[in-house]
Structure formats: C-alpha cells, structure tokens
Design a protein around this ligand. Structure first.
Ligand SMILES: [Zn+2]
Length: 638
C-alpha cells in the first residue's frame, strides 16, 4: 500500500526515479488529505450550524440550559470544523510520512466520518453520548469498508468539490456578515433627522445589583465610587423597584416601559420559525423603536446571553444587537466540538495541568465560566462576557458614527453569580472570600468598568451631551429570607434596585427622590428628557418627581412574578417554607411605607419596610397590617 491514491494506480517505475517520485507522492498525498479534510469539515459544519439553530428552537422549553446561537453559527460551525479537521488531516499526513505503509486517506476518512456522525447525532441534545459514539463508530466502519473499494473515486470527488465548498463558505460569510452590515447602514440612512443638540442616551443595567450594596444607597463598603459620582450630576431614586425579580421579565419591562402582565414575557416563549418580527412583547412599542423614530441610532450590548438577547425576543427597536460571538472562544464553545471541549475541560480545577497550560498560553478567559449552558448539570458551559468586552463593543459602535445621537442599552453580568469579578482582577481590601465579600467585589469591578466606559465616551467627545442612567433588573437574596439567588420571590432585597439619572446641566444635581417608583418608567422619562412629542409608553415620567418634589399622588410600585420553573435548586428548596413562585404567581406592591406581597395560593405578607427594611416581621395578622393590605389591594387593583 502506498501513500497516494494516484500512486496506487501507477505502474512500477525505474529505481532511479523512485526517490523523486516518492517525494511527489507525498505532496500529492498531502493535497488529497487536505481536500478530504476540507470536504468533511465544511459538509459537517454546514449541517451542524443548521442543526444547532433548529434544535435550539425545538428545545426552547429548556432555554436556560441551552447554549444559544444566532444565524452567524451557519458560517462559524463550518469554519471551526474545517480548522479542526485540517489539523487532523495534517496529523495523519505527518504520521503517514513516517510510516508510509499506512493507508492515509482511508484512515483520515474513517476518523472524519466518525467525528461527523458523532457531531450530527449530538445536535439534537437528546442522544446518549455512549449511543452516539457507538453509532458513529458503526457508520465509520461501514464507510471505511466502502472506501476500500472506492478510494480513488472518492478522493477525486473530494479534490474536485473542496474548492466549491470553500467558495460557498466564503459566500455564506459575505452574505450573513454583509447582510447585517447592509441592514444597519440602510436603517441608519433612513433615520429621520434628530432634533439639533439631541442628547445621547446610555442605559446601563447592572444585572443582579441590589440597591443596599451600592455606596450611594448607604452601604458601608466603597463598592461604587463611579456610580456615586453620577449622583452628583443628577438624581438618585432611593426606592426604585424592579418590574420582576429575574432577568427576562424585567428586561422586557425596561425595553417596553410596561408591566410584566402587559408585555406578557413572564417566561421564555417559543421563537417563531421565521424570527420574531414585530410579534414579540405583544407587539408593544419599545424604547429603542421610539428613539429610532426620533432619529436615534440604537444598539444593545448584552453580557446576559440567556435572557437579554435578540433571540429571546428583546431585539426589536435595536438596530445593532451584540450578544453572542464576542470572542474567538465564545464562537468556539457555541459550535458542537466547542461544546465537547467545554464539557471536557472547563470543569477542571484551578490546579489541573490543563488549566495551568491554558492560562500559560494566555487563554485563561476561555475558562471563565458563564451560567449559560448546562455546565452545572455535567454538560457544557458558556464563556463569560465581562464588562471590558461590553465596553469595547459599545465604544467601537459609538465611534462608528458621529452624525446621529445614540441610544445604547448595556447589560453587565459581572455582579451575577458566580460572584467576585474575573480572576486576575485585583480584589478589594474587604474581600476575605465570603459570599457577600465576593458579591461586593463584583460590584467594585463593574463600577470600575462603568468609570472606564464614561472615560472612553469622553475621549470620543460623546459624553458631554449624554443622559446616563444606571439601574438593575433585580436584586439578589444573599441568604435573606432563606433564599440565595433571585427569581423565586419578591422581597425587598430582590426588587429594590438602584436608579440614578445623570444629565448635567439639564436636571437638578444631587437630588434624592424618596418616593417609591418603578424603574420601567425609564422609557417614559427618557422620551420626556429628550423632548419627544409623543410618548407611546404607559408613564408616568419620573421628571415630575424632581421638578415638583411635593407631588403627592404617585402610583404604588408594582412588581410581578409569573409562576416559573426557572429557579435554581438552592432556592427551590424553600418551597413549602415560604411562598415562592414555583407553585403560583406572585405580585408585590410598594408604597412609601409598606410592601405587600401576594401569592396565587398563599395568604398575603405585608412588611413595614421603612422601619423593617430587612422585612423580618410579617404584619399580616396585625390590625395595622390588615388595614394596610386592604388599602394596597384597592390601590393596585386598577
Ligand atoms: Zn438578571
């Protein structure tokens, strides 16, 4: 047996020519191996990309555990598979050079058939790994047998079709990336002229940030010097209340300016086959859409790749949306082989040789695990998108255009579990490793990057005329009421979030508003601040509260939590001990003194949060509490 298919068919040659021929045989063989690797890589990747998109939609009920992809996966999968298979091709070629009797083409085809079959079988997310391995082995043995008789023909086919496959991959990349670019350019070219001097709008959502851990909200630790500095230029709402206690419903409220029961996105909904179009969020107007109509370029930059993404239905109104595929590592772990890599390697200890080697190669960020994916259940982890990347994306996008005012909505996920900020980032002096220490360290890190973002905008000359709003989508339990995380209940630590609006020279400086407000009112408030003629949101606009601090009739702040299963096990364990959302919907009403929490199945709780901010004493059985419940139920029923 010789190396080359061509050589195998050639007649015997004179010994004098043999060494020269051997050299050319090796070259021919490498070319055949490379074309086979190309062929398999691209074919495997095309089907893989389509399959990942398809099964994400079919498996939507498992949304929190799925690694998500958007249309870019259609070219990223073939590129990754092509690179991986080429490496295998080159390895086989090297071995065959040392051991020329190895049937290199057949060995390679066997390996690549095995990998392709395994890849395709695993796409559904419903196959046992061992069964897929066995089945793939069977397929590759059958293909190997067939190849023993058809090697020459197959190699010819691969060589002839590989260039075409490469060309189609190139075209697909141009179509998808170019299509996005053209869509954005055209949409921006179509924007109406904005009012002269219209301010930019920057809404920063620090995911999972409870207000009482922010220094300007009275926290004893210096967690937030940059956020605190914004307070000096504007207004701080001491009692801002989030629309819900987990990311999806709250972000949906922030982009629509509406309550959860109005936009209806209380849980993940199945994605329509042809994309969301205008059907998401009950078709309600969005802040991005309203600002586009007044001449704004709009963009979202999200590190929460489970619940603040275009895929989940929150993209409407944003001309530009950056969620997935922010780095080579992120592109890689969203492909099928990348998922296998993450499953095998991302769970290793800090001391493992693999982890140390990876860090040594400068790829430590690949091991920064995200809660996205099924890693906590033995499957694949996502790679965390840190605040520095969100900043990079935002500043790059802002710098691209000076003609239009911008509206950018950012989500930083660094305060969210796993706490502590990225490894390598200096720990604050107070951090001795407790849960709260680590949670606070994440705030300090995020705050630092908020400062850097504002510096970056200033360097671009785009900060001066910018409304900056900092808020959060919900808080975090950190052990209060027996809970650890969020999304299970509506206690104060879960819904009391920061809300700071800075717009130097246009709103009063250093004002603190005590009145409880809903932070989804940001949508109406922004339209008011930019002087838009129409406000498609429910209101009320918060500027009334700083223009007229003695306004009395302000609606109570409402939060809603539809029944949900998206609750981690640690909090789910509280079912039966306290009312949580696993077995019924919940609603909270916050007035200047009281917080009422009602549950579909259990009796209401009421807390005097002003005097009992930790909400330790449920006063529902006291005459005072009963009276307050009656008043709050009446006030919140219309
Ligand atoms: Zn969140």
């Amino acid at each position: 047996m010789t190396l080359s298919t061509r050589d195998a068919a050639a007649p015997a040659r004179a010994p004098a020519l043999q060494s020269q021929k051997n050299a050319s045989a090796a070259t021919v063989s490498v070319a055949s191996l490379v074309s086979a690797a190309c062929w398999f890589g691209i074919v495997c990747g095309f089907a893989e990309g389509a399959g990942l998109l398809l099964f994400q939609r079919i498996n939507w009920a498992q949304w929190a555990r799925v690694m998500h992809v958007s249309k870019e996966i259609l070219w990223i999968s073939p590129v990754v598979d092509l690179g991986f298979f080429l490496l295998i091709g080159l390895a086989v070629a090297s071995v065959a050079r040392i051991f020329p009797r190895i049937p290199a083409i057949r060995v390679l085809a066997f390996l690549l058939t095995f990998l392709t079959a395994y890849d395709w079988l695993m796409l559904s997310g419903h196959f046992y790994r061992s069964a897929a391995l066995l089945f793939a082995l069977g397929v590759s043995v059958a293909v190997g047998r067939w190849l023993a008789k058809h090697e020459i023909g197959a190699a010819k086919t691969w060589r002839a079709s590989a260039p075409w496959l490469l060309a189609s991959l190139g075209l697909l990349i141009c179509a998808i990336q170019g299509g996005k670019w053209i869509y954005q350019e055209w949409t921006i070219a179509d924007l109406p002229a904005a009012k002269p001097g219209a301010p930019n709008v920057l809404v920063i959502v620090v995911d999972t940030l409870r207000a009482d851990h922010v220094s300007s909200y009275g926290y004893s630790r210096q967690t937030s010097p940059n956020i605190d500095r914004l307070v000096g230029d504007g207004v701080l709402f001491e009692n801002a209340i989030a629309p819900s206690s987990w990311s999806l419903p709250s972000h949906a409220s922030l982009v629509t300016g509406r309550a959860v029961h109005e936009h209806g996105m209380g849980n993940v909904e199945p994605m329509p086959w042809l994309g969301w179009g205008n059907s998401s969020l009950n078709g309600l107007p969005t802040l991005g859409g309203a600002l586009q109509k007044t001449g704004y370029r709009t963009g979202a930059f999200s590190a929460n790749r489970i619940y603040f993404t275009s895929n989940v239905g929150l993209g409407r109104g944003f001309i530009h949306f950056e969620d997935y595929f922010d780095s080579v590592g992120d592109c890689f772990v969203r492909t099928e082989f990348g998922r296998e890599f993450a499953r095998l390697y991302m769970n290793r200890s800090q001391k493992s040789k693999f982890t140390r080697a990876f860090k040594y190669l400068g790829l430590g960020s690949w091991l920064d695990k995200d809660s996205e994916g099924s890693g906590d259940y033995g499957g694949t982890f996502g790679i965390r998108k840190r605040a520095d990347e969100v900043n990079r994306e935002t500043l790059r996008w802002v710098a691209r255009d000076r003609q239009h005012p911008f509206f950018a909505m950012l989500n930083y996920l660094d305060v969210h579990f796993a706490y502590g900020g990225p490894s390598g980032y200096p720990k604050p002096v107070w951090d001795h490793g407790t849960t709260v220490d680590e949670y606070d360290a994440g705030i300090r890190y995020t705050d630092d990057y908020i400062g850097r973002l504002l510096h970056g905008l200033n360097d671009l000359g785009r900060l001066k005329n910018t409304i900056v709003i900092v808020t959060s989508d919900h808080g975090e339990s950190l052990g209060d009421h027996g809970l650890s995380f969020h999304g299970a209940a509506l206690y104060r630590e879960l819904v009391h979030v920061p809300l700071i609006i800075s717009y130097p020279g246009h709103i009063p400086e250093g004002v603190r508003v005590v009145q409880p407000v809903e932070n989804e009112a940001i949508a109406s408030t922004v339209l008011d601040l930019i002087g838009a003629k129409q406000d498609p949101f429910a209101g009320p606009s918060l500027d009334t509260l700083w223009k007229n601090p003695v306004t009395q009739q302000w609606p109570d702040a409402i939060s809603e939590l539809p029944q949900t299963n998206t609750i981690v096990a640690a909090d789910r364990a509280m079912q039966g001990k306290i009312p949580i959302a696993t077995d019924g919907w919940m609603k909270s009403v916050v007035s200047p003194q009281w917080q009422l929490i009602v549950h579909e199945k259990y009796s209401p709780q009421i807390y005097d949060w002003k005097n009992d901010p930790g909400e330790l004493n449920n006063l529902a059985n006291t005459p005072e509490g009963q009276a307050a419940i009656a008043v709050l139920l009446k006030e919140s029923s219309h």
